[in-house]
Design a binder for this molecule. Structure first.
Ligand code: SD4
Length: 292
């Protein structure tokens, strides 16, 4: 195959990258491969932070966020707080392809999904429901973000294509209607044909506050390597938003420059990611940056 690079967040990124790479080998487009890779994680019930099986909000229902961006033509589509559909990345792609809009939310997004022929399904798995019932007993604060922020984010690069997408059920026990970084262009993902792409995972409220992914791409545009840009953007987030106890916001970012140069950075320990260079798939682990 021609030169290609695929990368995805977290340990389940392996599944996304494997599926996407198989599609590319079969001759699929980068967009089709990206959608299929992310769908695989959305449909994996054991992943409690993405698609079906994701943990619900405090009211007990699952609201999903996803976005997709095609650097060529600078096109994007996204859905937020979507209920009743298990593969929000596919709905986001349809927004990109058939509507003039960048983002649909809530009932409007569900209406559009129905119109487009997506099947309405239960998104709350029995296991997620059980955990919500337990949480409701204690009502531990929703600020409990440390273990609940695992967006699947993926970038596929070839010498003439860059596509990026992400999908998440957001923070568990979030307030109904809460929208994280993932469906927001510039926050959870960004791509520019001439520069490269970035995708984020972590505390989406904090990632949104600093428009993390647009910063990474901007820094690459100004001449940084993907690694330097990821590190600099994560340092910026840590500088702006570390709390009084000295705890930085949890975030990690992956980036690929238009020439295929790769970078990854994280504000907290051991961020795992998958990377496929067209020959082999490796799982990497990035240590957190030290606070300045
Ligand atoms: C959010 N960023 O909604 C998302 C959650 C997540 O890994 O995993 N990120 O805040």
């Amino acid at each position: 195959m021609n030169r290609v690079l695929l990368t995805a967040t977290w340990n389940f990124g392996r599944l996304a990258v494997e599926r996407a790479f198989n599609m590319l080998e079969l001759g699929a487009s980068a967009l089709d491969a990206l959608e299929t890779g992310i769908n695989a994680v959305e449909m994996d019930e054991s992943v409690q932070s993405v698609g079906y099986g994701g943990l619900p909000n405090r009211a007990g229902y699952v609201e999903l966020d996803a976005a997709i961006m095609d650097a060529r033509g600078h096109r994007s589509g996204a859905v937020a707080a979507l209920r009743g559909f298990r593969r929000p990345i596919s709905v986001a792609r349809r927004v990109m392809e058939v509507l003039p809009h960048a983002l649909l939310v809530g009932e409007g997004a569900a209406e559009f999904a129905r119109e487009q022929g997506f099947e309405e399904e239960e998104t709350l798995s029995p296991e997620a429901s059980e955990q919500w019932l337990q949480w409701r007993e204690t009502q531990a604060p929703p600020a409990d973000v440390e273990d609940s922020h695992d967006t699947v984010g993926m970038i596929i690069w070839t010498p003439d294509t860059i596509v990026v997408g992400c999908s998440t059920s957001g923070l568990k026990w979030k307030y109904p209607g809460r929208v994280g970084d993932s469906p927001i262009v510039g926050a959870g993902l960004y791509a520019d044909e001439e520069v490269g792409a970035a995708v984020a995972t972590g505390n989406g409220d904090e990632i949104s506050r600093v428009a993390l992914c647009s910063r990474v791409v901007f820094l690459m545009e100004r001449g940084m390597s993907a690694q330097e840009a990821c590190d600099e953007a994560i340092r910026y987030l840590m500088r702006k938003r570390t709390d009084a106890s000295g705890t930085p916001p949890h975030a990690a970012v992956l980036a690929v420059r238009a020439d295929g140069n790769f970078g990854v950075s994280a504000s907290y320990a051991k961020f795992p990611y998958a990377l496929h260079d067209g020959q082999s798939l490796t799982m990497g682990e990035r240590e957190a940056l030290e606070p300045e």
